[in-house]
Design a protein around this ligand. Structure first.
Ligand code: ADP
Ligand code: ZN
Length: 565
């Protein structure tokens, strides 16, 4: 169905679209002609033969005569009438039976066939191709990755065994494609795999295993493989993948950490030596409702609050930022300091309960993660998950009016909305926000473009599968010292740009110029990093900077302070 639509779309572009206009004009001309004949027919019948016919009968007569069907049920009986009928027949043959089919063939069919025949998919890359990323398997994740690669000017090639997909990607989306079977050694040779920068294996798990083995027989190019079942990760790694990404498990875990309302659920995001970056919901901590200055997080735990997430918006806090009950704090400090915070926030409240709507791979992973904490949860799904024998969900359509109510949704403190349909997710988010204004809602977006709608519907946190997957892959490809924090925020490490040595942090203008904030300074020659140094700190040569910012801000920083060669 999709490919028929794609073929039809061909007629709505360029020359074909112009020709379509001519076709419409010609059809209008034919309709006009039929009407004129119908009117003349009535006039002649009435005046020559004294018979009165309706206009419809006239149209019917003109069409049957023009198409040479001539049933003979309505005929003239005068010479003038015969002549008129003959003229109508001849003009029908010329305009309807000769010119029209001829036009259709030459304006539409022939160019279309030519277009199809002319397309020769690339089956081999030029010999000198090097440093490219090879992408096997195109879906929402790799499409987002492609956009990021384009933005970062990293060359890439998509490999597909499907001729019409190759045509579509290349001609309609301008994506560089090679057509061929991913496990054919000859195809792999033509892809210049040995010179490639990275291979992204995004096929089914068995196909990924096959691909990794075929690649490993030829070269050592690093491979990053997305696996759909975490349990298959080990096999894919054995087959030769360097990085295995169980995306569903990562997403499930990610949703789970954001949905819980417990304070003592610090989620470790990243670490740089002894410096740890963690996320923790404000809810459940003693800081709720206070400003950052009042909360005295630093004085009480040694931890620095380096960021705040509120309904998807990341900000760098100031002393009078309010620690809203629904916000998440991003903290920097040592493991001991994080432990101190966990002690401060105390035992888990007994009444924590998370509802998980959707027991697919992601919902199941979220449940497994909560189970380990342990945080009580209730799963709702309309179907059985054949891959899970661990959880017992409540069966029913979550959008049904009573299903959630009967499951006891009003007791829930957190809600994970993770069905495979974004409209359902938006609906469930809106409905739950409406009935429970204070519940913590974490929603999954299957398509990037639905992220704003989910926030608008009232989600506290939205995780987009495609962005998360693409972010992880891009970080791997760029082998950055930055880890995936959350949608659009990175913590990354850079050496101090030489021209900033000797200046204070305030004078360096890093934040006003790039939007990135300094999380910590690593002293030259190693040692304990100074977390969130005050603005008057002097930057010394050889220091390491640990910064936080969005990918755009990070790029801004790289452009302003290019890495020394
Ligand atoms: P993934 O594996 O990526 O999580 P799935 O498609 O396997 O994605 O999972 C989505 C789950 O959501 C399925 O188990 C499906 O039955 C469930 N689901 C979809 N719509 C509804 C709904 N309206 N009510 C309850 N469950 C739903
Ligand atoms: Zn499960």
């Amino acid at each position: 169905m999709k490919s028929i639509a794609a073929e039809l779309a061909y007629f709505l572009r360029g020359r074909a679209k112009q020709n379509l206009k001519y076709l419409f004009l010609y059809c209008a001309f034919l309709v006009g002609m039929i009407l004129v004949y119908a009117v003349l027919f009535r006039y002649l019948m009435l005046h020559l033969e004294g018979r009165d016919f309706s206009l419809i009968a006239g149209i019917y007569w003109a069409i049957t005569v023009m198409t040479t069907l001539g049933f003979g049920d309505i005929t003239f009986h005068t010479d003038t009438g015969y002549i008129f009928a003959a003229v109508v027949t001849v003009s029908g043959v010329v305009f309807l039976l000769i010119i029209l089919p001829f036009g259709l063939i030459s304006l539409f069919l022939a160019p279309w066939i030519e277009h199809r025949l002319r397309y020769r998919p690339t089956i081999e890359l030029p010999r000198e191709t090097a440093g490219h990323v090879l992408i096997f398997g195109i879906d929402a994740v790799t499409r987002t990755l492609i956009r990021r690669l384009q933005a970062s000017h990293i060359p890439f090639v998509v490999v597909t065994p499907d001729n019409s997909e190759a045509l579509r990607l290349e001609e309609e989306e301008g994506i560089r494609v090679v057509w061929g079977s991913p496990t054919d050694p000859q195809v792999l040779g033509g892809l210049r795999v040995a010179a490639a920068r990275y291979v992204i294996a995004n096929l089914s798990d068995p196909e990924n295993v096959n691909l990794c083995l075929s690649l490993r027989a030829q070269c050592d190019t690093p491979i990053a493989a997305l696996v759909s079942e975490a349990a298959h990760g080990e096999l894919v790694r054995l087959a030769g993948a360097n990085q295995v990404i169980p995306l569903h498990k990562i997403l499930g875990r990610y949703l789970a950490t954001h949905a819980t309302t417990q304070g003592a659920m610090a989620h470790l995001l990243d670490s740089f030596g002894s410096l740890q970056i963690a996320e923790i919901p404000v809810h459940g901590t003693p800081f709720s409702g206070q400003t950052l200055a009042e909360a005295q997080v630093r004085q009480r735990t040694g931890l620095a609050v380096i960021g705040l997430w509120e309904r998807g918006l990341f900000t760098t806090p100031t002393a009078d930022s309010l620690l809203d009950d629904e916000a998440l704090m991003v903290l920097a400090g040592t493991r001991e300091q994080l432990d101190a915070l966990e002690k401060l926030t105390g035992e888990q409240p007994a009444d924590d309960l998370v509802f998980i709507l959707g027991h697919g791979r992601i919902g199941c992973a979220a449940a497994t993660f909560l189970d380990r904490k342990p945080v009580p949860f209730i799963l709702v799904d309309r179907e059985e998950n054949p891959a899970c024998d661990e959880h017992v969900p409540i069966y029913g359509d979550a959008t049904g009016r009573l299903v959630l109510k009967q499951a006891g949704i009003e007791r829930a403190r957190g809600l994970i909305v993770t069905t495979n349909d974004d409209s359902t997710n938006i609906f469930l988010t809106l409905a739950s926000r409406h009935t429970q204004p204070h519940i913590r809602i974490v929603a999954r977006a299957n398509h990037d473009e639905n992220v704003p709608q989910l926030y608008a519907a009232g989600a506290d946190f939205v995780v987009s599968n495609a962005s998360v997957g693409a972010n992880i892959l891009l970080n791997i490809i760029e082998s950055k010292a930055s880890a995936f924090l959350t949608e659009g925020i990175n913590v990354f490490r850079r050496s101090l740009p030489a021209r900033l040595a000797g200046q204070t942090i305030a004078a360096s203008q890093i934040r006003p110029k790039t939007g990135c904030s300094i999380v910590a300074l690593e002293p030259p020659g190693g040692g304990e990093p100074a977390v969130v140094p005050p603005p008057e700190t002097v930057l010394a040569e050889g220091m390491g900077l640990i910064l936080i910012g969005s990918p755009e801000q990070e790029e801004h920083f790289s452009r302003l302070f290019p890495k020394a060669k």
